[in-house]
Write a protein that binds this ligand. Sequence first.
Ligand code: SF4
Ligand code: SF4
Ligand code: FES
Length: 238
Amino acid sequence: MSEDITKPDPKPEIEDARIPVYIMGKRYDVPPSLTIMKAMEWAGYVLVRGVGCRGGFCGACATAYRLQGDPKLYFGLACQTVVEPGMYLAQIPFFPAQRASYRIEDLAPQAATLFSLYPEVLRCLGCGACTKACPQELDVRDYMAAAMRGDIAAVAQKSFDCIMCGMCAARCPAEEAQYNIGILARRLYGRYLAPRSEHLERRVDEIIEGIFNADIETLMAADEAELRRRYNARDIEK
Ligand code: SF4
Ligand code: SF4
Ligand code: FES
């Protein structure tokens, strides 16, 4: 039977769908399934800044956008956010926030350390603009409140998922460098306050003593089938 060439194939129609987005003020009609990052590349931009891991981890692709007819300002990661019709996009690959220089070995895990390296901590107004801007949905105002109390452990824990994108600093009326304050707290916590892992230290000593040398040599000599067998038979922690 010959093919009915008058009947349209629905698939190309879906594939051909386009929606308008505005990149640097210029309209482009892009496929609706793309992320902002892919839409920019689809439109012909070669990304040198504002791109890194492409997986939502590095914070290089912070993007502010508005939707047509909506006064609200939205924030997202270009590599994770799918385009919507009428998006007006602005990439913010870098924000010039204050960053203190220090050697972590020379610091004490105390409130005074936060306040001396970042005196502006105490200027936080509690407005919450930082929290609204965070594409990681962190409660930035809350970790800044912990910083004002000098609670290093709380800042470290509450800012743990920060990817240093800079959006919070871009919106802050008190000119805070929230993410740099957060990473200082995480460094202080990691070096001085986190409970030491005694079993890890014991295991490192055992490795240095050579207790596992024979096992390692056996593994090095094993063929792929034996390695697979051992891998599948390994103890899996519940
Ligand atoms: S935007 Fe700035 S002033 Fe407002 S809550 Fe966040 S850190 Fe404080
Ligand atoms: S806390 Fe600030 S720098 Fe960190 S992910 Fe959120 S907006 Fe980005
Ligand atoms: S490119 Fe790394 S978070 Fe988007």
